[in-house]
Design a protein around this ligand. Structure first.
Ligand code: WT7
Length: 671
């Protein structure tokens, strides 16, 4: 009786209560969120001394958007002032036209002249327990020496430099050193496979790769140099590989091509002239998944990006001089770029970098760090919060967390239950929580509360920040004042992407074609009667797995690459911890013998092609897939099967019988 089993599973899943709204299924999510009426206004004590205390910023931005952003830009140090705030020619934006500045200068040099000279810029914690503190002065010297080292290797303004490192201070130093000399960094998350690294190096045409011998993760070693070697074998443009020695890991150094980091900086002067960059010169590219299998190199530039990240770090995190700010992301993602490195350092803050896993050596690692470093601001992802919930409140309870005064969340919708748990067990019911919505493409936070002003509601990112014009629209692009629809941005913002590396057509197509003249985020959202935004997940074939974007196509391509696979269709299903679990429906080639271990084999193949984050949670072997008469796989139906839901409209299927067969198959395999 497959149907009964389906119902039982449905019950089990909803009883967990932790699953966030699934992509393409806004209806139940809207219903659930409508019940969310709890209000959390800022406490009078918090509001009294907050960086932003009233709605003046909103009014200032409403009155004159360009003047508003120009005032924020004026808080940075410019070598040459811009002559025009914005040049907007859909979809091409130029911010602070004619202005010249240097990002590393703004993040480091301007702090060493005053009281911040001896302030901790980076507090680093290695996974095995080692610790380092870099003051702004230390950071200044390290960045300059490494920048000079890069120059000596022939790196020039505009060159692309790939970075594949563990979370060590040298990762931030490498980024800042590139910024200092005008090289464009492209950081690749250390958890990505050699093949993913190779594809990104090839696409960006990088000529230098910066890596490390390895890095610690859950007590084991990420073999970064080994994977880098594999990748570089197929990257003819790479001239040099710089290797930071993180541990004492055995690596092979190729004569002439590979250089130890410590040798590169040895004897270099700690004085390196910061390249005066045009406001619109490239700062970095960062790859993210889209609806096709090919990752997109998102392009960010200099003046607008720094203006946007600097201002939002201060507003949203209420950053103050004495704060110890800990964002648990990795610099391989945009969160690490904007809110570990650039935003905090431009503000002269103390930023924490942690190398390893949250549950190593035990499940209280983050709380141990909070206690030991006296962390005041803590920024993490819902997937992590759901893991903390599962591990239980006894882990944070072991530590004194009274230094905390503000909590943040990013990456996916935070379920009200997770919000409440975070509020109670981490925030002692006193810390405001900022739920921050943004994307790799937006560069900076766009929808979030201002903690001293906004009344928070669990599960809502609340309202667009000052200077951000977001809207919810229907299929035709018309505003939906109250209700669900697509999230769009109607006006340009300083840190917005300037394109997709090497692919202007895809840029136009992806973001600017669905609704002419406005930016389409790819997210569904609902706006309530108070103007609050409730994010509902992706509306395209992009999955949000543990706060990271993966395209179904990317995983499918990896599966089809396996010699035994004829066809594969991948969908996301709500998952208690990860937000979305990856479910793959796979057809094996006819006549192919396959061992019982085929499922593990296929999973391993995906890990090797993309990385651990893309490993399917479930693989269902099936003789056929539901297709339209024109041969298009109907993922919508597969999603219904994977979610244990009643399967939707099947009238366009070439063979309607396939659904019944698949359902039985799926439920048999699951039980
Ligand atoms: C997608 C962007 C921005 C850094 C992390 C992810 C989802 C992000 C939220 C939030 C609901 C969120 C969206 C968005 N998302 N933050 N606070 N509430 N959804 O960056 O990999 O570029 O992914 O993450 O779906 O489009 P990314």
């Amino acid at each position: 009786m497959p149907d009964d089993k389906g119902a039982a599973r449905r019950k089990k899943r909803s009883a967990s209560g932790a699953a966030p709204p699934a992509a393409n299924a806004p209806e139940p999510a809207i219903a659930a969120l409508l019940d969310e009426n709890r209000l959390y206004p800022p406490s009078p004590e918090f509001a009294k001394s907050a960086q932003v205390r009233d709605d003046a910023l909103y009014r200032e931005a409403d009155a004159d958007l360009e003047a508003f952003w120009a005032s924020r830009a004026a808080e940075l140090d410019w070598f040459v002032k811009w002559h025009k705030v914005l040049d907007w020619n859909v979809p091409d934006a130029k911010w602070f036209v004619g202005g010249k500045l240097n990002v590393a200068y703004n993040c480091v040099d301007r702090h060493i002249r005053g009281a911040r000279r001896n302030k901790a810029a980076i507090l680093w914690v290695g996974e095995p327990g080692d610790r380092r503190t870099l003051t702004y002065w230390d950071l200044y010297r390290e960045v300059n020496r490494f920048a000079n080292g890069l120059k000596k290797l022939g790196v020039k303004k505009g060159d692309r430099v790939a970075v594949y490192m563990p979370m060590v201070p040298e990762l931030a130093i490498a980024m800042l050193a590139c910024a200092r000399i005008g090289a464009v960094h492209s950081v690749v998350f250390g958890g990505f496979s050699a093949e993913s690294l190779r594809d990104r190096i090839l696409d960006s045409e990088a000529k230098v790769l910066i890596t490390a011998d390895g890095g610690y993760r859950r007590g084991t070693i990420l073999p970064l140099k080994h994977d880098a070697d594999e990748a570089v074998k197929q990257c003819p443009l790479i001239e040099h590989v710089v290797v930071f020695k993180r541990g004492d890991f055995q690596v092979h150094m190729k004569e002439g091509r590979d250089h130890w980091w410590h040798r590169i900086v040895d004897g270099q002067s700690d004085d390196c002239w910061p390249e005066p960059m045009d406001s619109e010169d490239l700062l970095f590219t960062l790859y993210t998944s889209g609806t096709t299998g090919k990752p997109k190199g998102i392009v960010h530039t200099t003046g607008g990006y720094l203006t946007g990240t600097t201002a939002t770090t201060k507003w949203v995190f209420d950053l103050r001089e004495e704060d110890v700010y800990f964002c648990t992301a990795d610099c391989g993602w945009i969160t690490g770029h904007s809110y570990i490195v650039y935003g905090p350092l431009a503000n002269g803050a103390t930023t924490v970098m942690y190398e390893g896993a949250p549950d190593w050596p035990d499940k209280d690692r983050f709380w141990q760090i909070v206690e030991e470093l006296g962390v005041t601001i803590f920024y993490t992802a819902p997937t992590a919060i759901r893991a903390f919930m599962k591990w239980g409140p006894e882990w944070p309870a072991k530590h004194r967390l009274t230094s905390l005064r503000l909590l943040g969340s990013v990456g996916e919708p935070i379920n009200p239950e997770a919000w409440m748990w975070y509020h109670k067990h981490i925030g002692a019911e006193t810390c405001p929580i900022v739920d921050t919505w943004w994307q790799t493409e937006t560069g900076m936070i766009l929808i979030a509360p201002l903690p001293g002003v906004t009344v928070a509601r669990p599960g809502s990112a609340t309202r667009p920040l000052p200077g951000i014009v977001a809207d919810v629209v229907d299929e035709k692009g018309e505003t939906v004042d109250v209700g669900g629809g697509y999230l769009v941005l109607r006006k340009p913002w300083p840190a917005m992407l300037r394109g997709i590396w090497g692919d202007p057509e895809r840029f136009r197509q992806n973001y600017w074609s669905r609704f002419p003249g406005v930016y389409f985020t790819g997210d569904g959202a609902k706006r309530d009667k108070d103007g609050y935004f409730w994010l509902l997940g992706r509306v395209d074939d992009v999955m949000n797995v543990a706060g990271h974007r993966l395209s179904t196509m990317e995983v499918e391509s990896a599966l089809v690459d396996h010699p035994s696979v004829a066809e594969a269709a991948v969908v996301g299903r709500a998952h208690e911890l990860k937000g979305t679990a990856i479910v793959a429906f796979v057809t094996i080639r006819e006549g192919r013998e396959h061992a019982a271990a085929i499922l593990d084999d296929l999973k391993e193949h995906v890990v090797q092609k993309i990385g651990k984050i893309a490993k399917p949670d479930e693989i269902i072997l099936t003789a056929d897939l539901p297709k339209t008469r024109s041969g298009k796989i109907m993922r919508r139906l597969l999603r219904d099967i994977a979610e244990g839901k009643a399967v939707g409209d099947t009238t366009t299927l070439a063979d309607p019988g396939v659904i019944a067969r698949l359902k039985t198959k799926y439920e048999d395999q699951e039980s």
